[in-house]
Design a protein around this ligand. Structure first.
Ligand code: SIN
Length: 315
């Protein structure tokens, strides 16, 4: 049993988190590798790898490019498919994680989003559905749904309605929509998703970028363009969270370049209720417990008695 401090607790769509730290989807697998380093029950929760209807092998390699202050990925939603996630991964997660987990759902059609979200939401361990309409690495899916407010609202509404229809079976889990920064005005998409029934938002996913190999004169990544994450995108994420907080009334999960306890506090002051840590897990597998350990010290340093009090405090 992991002890948690009362003044670090937060309410995320009526589920209490022990602290705001959540490893981001795609950087934490299903938790197994990290559980070898520390008790992952110390986390607020974690978001597992984006799940699609069928198994996917992902994009051709190379699909990673390193950069100063970050990395570019073009993984292409590699995952074992929803059947394997339900039949194999969730039972493994149960052995190492006793809290509600966040199920990241990806797709290439509205039907796929609805089917996968509904199936995962019926699983007892799943606390929230995180609808990924922002993957920049696949054609005709992911970000294609998240860069147009009408498309974003449409898929959100269909998934929300389908989740509500399974309320009696316990399958009406809170719907969090993960947004893309690769748009002119993220607040337009955020407002559309809220109006369509989203219970929360995660922002941001990766920022489109590329590298060229000077020896070959060709793009490093096989698919040429990928998504940039890491400290380089922290100020972009912060700006988008700040702007979105002023336009919506649902909780925002901040994500993008977080690598310290101070980053977490800054994102919360911008408007985040909880904060996802992504690329930093790949650099230092202990980063999340280090951030959790660092939070009380930094709260004291900045005179913060209760972490929930600082949400949106910069406005
Ligand atoms: C990927 O699998 O390509 C990354 C997922 C994402 O960016 O949403």
């Amino acid at each position: 049993m992991v002890e948690s401090e009362e003044n670090m607790k937060l309410d995320l769509c009526s589920i209490i988190l022990d602290n705001p730290v959540i490893p981001a989807s795609g950087t934490f697998g299903y938790g197994r590798e990290f559980a070898e380093f520390y008790d992952i029950n110390r986390l607020g929760t974690f978001s597992f790898k984006g799940t699609t209807g069928e198994r996917r092998f992902g994009n051709p390699t190379p699909r990673i490019a390193e950069c100063q202050q970050g990395m570019i990925n073009s993984v292409g939603l590699q995952n074992p498919g929803v059947d394997a996630v339900i039949n194999e991964e969730l039972s493994e997660i149960a052995k190492i994680f006793s809290k509600p987990v966040m199920a990241n759902v990806s797709g290439f059609s509205i039907k796929e989003y609805v089917d996968v979200a509904c199936r995962l939401a019926l699983e007892e361990q799943v606390g929230w559905i995180e609808l990924n309409i922002s993957c920049p690495n696949v054609h005709n899916g992911g970000m294609a749904f998240g860069t147009d407010p009408h498309e974003a609202a449409n898929v959100t509404e269909k998934v929300k309605r389908a989740l509500q229809s399974q309320k009696e079976m316990g399958g009406d889990k809170p719907l969090i929509v993960k947004l893309s920064p690769n748009v002119t005005d993220i607040t337009e998409i955020a407002v559309a998703c809220e109006a369509a029934g989203a219970d929360g938002l995660t922002l941001i996913n990766t920022v489109q970028g590329m590298r060229i190999n000077l020896k070959t004169g060709k793009p490093v990544i096989a698919k040429k363009i990928g998504g940039l994450s890491g400290p380089a995108i922290f100020p972009i994420a912060l700006r988008m969270i700040y702007q979105t907080y002023e336009k919506v009334n649902i909780p925002i999960i901040g994500c993008g370049g977080v690598s310290s306890a101070e980053d977490v506090l800054e994102m919360m002051m911008a408007g985040a209720t909880a904060v996802q840590v992504g690329a930093a897990n790949l650099v230092n597998p202990m980063i999340c417990p280090e951030i959790i350990d660092g939070l009380p010290l930094h709260m004291k340093k900045y005179g913060i008695d209760n972490i929930a009090d600082i949400i949106g405090g910069a406005h």
